[in-house]
Design a protein around this ligand. Sequence first.
Ligand code: ZN
Length: 402
Amino acid sequence: MTNLPSPTMESEQFFDEEEEVPLEKDSPLHNLILLRTLQEIKAAVETIDVFTVPIPSRSANVVLSSLRAIVPTSLQHLRRLVKPCYIPDSLVDFLAVPTTPPEENILYLLVCPVTDISEENLRNFLQELPAFSTTGVVPRIMTVAVPSSQPISAVQATEWSAKYWPAVYKRGNPYGPHPSIVSQSLRALVDPEKHLRLAKQVATQAASSGEGLGFGAVIVDPQTGQILAAAGDARLRCKEKGWGNPLDHAAMRAIDMVAQRRLGRTQNVRPDNKVEVWDGKYLEDEEAPAKADTKADENSNTENEDKDGDADDRKDDGYLCHNLQVYLSHEPCVMCSMALLHSRVGAVAFGTRMTRTGALNAEEGGRQMGLFWRPELNWKFVCWQWKAEPGEEMKSHENVDA
Ligand SMILES: [Zn+2]
């Protein structure tokens, strides 16, 4: 048969570049389920109608290049010329795909979206080409629905190839974190199992103290592996005023602890590295340090100082939790999710999904906010849910903001 360039599928390889090195079989990281972004979820279900036409394989390249003159080049994420054997089962009858020889003599050409040209104009154009004009065969133009956007993983490309049309996966992701970012972030997580367990532990302590609901948060510095804050919810805690603070959610308190810690370091009034686990005492009850003058810090050599213990040697860029890791017992509410975003955290893993109040998940069956990765927001982070063993998941009232 004619030698054809890359558009023709020569194998069942649906992705263009090599895959990431897989995790070890028994890695606990397998328990972390990557959250899909809102755009990824939308892209996964949107299809467009496109024209396809069977053409003689020997004329494939000529027809394809001729078409470029009249319709814009699009559909880069789909195979343009497909052998009959790679047409998805669901389309075989509809396209009347030949199953016996000489099936190798035809290819199915994916032409363009139906919005780019009318069927009549396309037919007239094709009939003028030698592939049809010399044989007198009338082009058999058909319409099929294909995914409108590119697949975001090799797995998705394989699924689409079996369901809609052979798809091409190019490593990259316009709708969410690039696979290499996901892979790096995942491997950079500092003992997520341990820190999620700690988040659940402080959640239990917060609830049993009666001063908060059963939610917990832990913030870890990936550069040092050190826990910078561990906080339970404290919204029910009554102080001298006699009522609780509805803003005292676990994540808000943990972020605040990091702030207090950093102030302590810059003023050298809190040199300890103690893990601030919820113990019924809140940092703001202590003598509040005044706002630090960070100017002096900018002039110091942050790379070399504090080698001997103080873990907070991050560059003072004005963002409290820049690239820190956050472990939460539950999916956070809108307020906490936005606070994490504004603090510029690097990665979040949470335990229980909060279907009615959680703001990170973008999947159906919830609020579908997907705040961790939205194009209109000026910071994004990678987010996972820890897949709990049966009976291990922390339950809580579904209407409550965590
Ligand atoms: Zn919250």
